[in-house]
Write a protein that binds this ligand. Sequence first.
Ligand code: PLP
Length: 418
Amino acid sequence: MEFGNSCLNKLVSEVEREIDPVMTTLDDISMHNQKRVLRVFRECKVSDYHFKGSTGYGYNDQGREVLDSVYASIFGAEAALVRGQIASGTHAIALCLFGILRPGDRLLSVSGAPYDTLQKVIGMTGEIKGSLLDWGIKYEQVELLSNADLDWTNIDRALENPVKMVMLQRSRGYSLRKSIDVNNINKLVRRVKKIQPEAIVFVDNCYGEFVEKIEPPMVGADLIAGSLIKNPGGGLAPSGGYVAGRQDLVDLVSYRLTAPGVGAEIGAVMGWQRMFYQGLFMAPSIVVQALKGAIFVSRLFEKLGFDVSPRYDEVRTDIVQAIKLGSKEGLIAFCQAVQASSPVDSYVVPVPGEMPGYSDQVIMAAGTFIQGGSLELTADGPLRPPYVAYFQGGLTYEHVKISALRAAEKVMKAGGVK
Ligand SMILES: *Cc1c(COP(=O)(O)O)cnc(C)c1O
């Protein structure tokens, strides 16, 4: 196939026609979530003096307290902790684990191995010092079934022994499995509470916020955590993380973040507060821009002959799109094209390199305003078969489309249609 401009134009109109019904359902989701967010902002009487910020201890910072309430209400939780002092998603999740689990407790992951960075937190890989294992916390995991569904039989079996916390990762993260929707989280909550009413259901909510109309606490999850440089920061939050859930659990997490006794009562917010509020307000719409972009790229590359996951019309509960490029050259060309189409550092050419914690070389494209901000358009993948590019984010659909088209051209040039 000659891959010229007219050929690509024809393909784009076909793709846009085919994805149109899916796009409409996404408009419905962003409308629903925007209304929900706006309602909470009004109920909590968000005002411009909440954006002023504080210094020192940050005692009586109204902006911080109201933002916690806003997050709690939006996610359907009793309480929340939203802080710039939480350095990343991994930090937010680690706070939950260390804040709640005690020596001798058992932690059970029901979605297989957790996200790479959490394996070190748990003590599954690398240095044990400082990990949960070092603190005498036992860990066990139930693998997902081969179709990536939850393995109910083995979950039931694992729940025969006392478990303090059941953990689930909503997003696929950087694996080829599909994401787990809130409906299945609901089913898990029912199951766990029936067998062990005291067990805490904790969800790693990274990349999942505002992708569906409901969030895990609304179906009974006890605690969730995520990163502000992903979905809920709306592309504006310069750093930070959040935790939301039951009041007693959020209190325990706050004691771990600061200290017992002071908990959520201290923590200066400097000058970031307006961006936290404004980013959250914009998040439902931005997340859908990213989703629309992912659906476009999914259908485009599928039509070009590549395996993609999820397919354009599959149900999504995170913003990650995987594209199996099938060759090293294809993966490199893809990531370089995404970088070249970025608003920041477009002139930089990414090359594969070693990354701590990864056994293969990795290539990453991230021309973002916020370092590592992955609600902005980024692409990356490990250099091993089947050479999968993970593509996520995008503050505007137009940007994702421009980037995807450039990537398609470059991949075709590098390897041709398979
Ligand atoms: C990003 C992510 C994390 C970790 O977040 P960082 O901010 O990179 O530390 C954890 N779990 C999932 C599913 C993620 O996508």
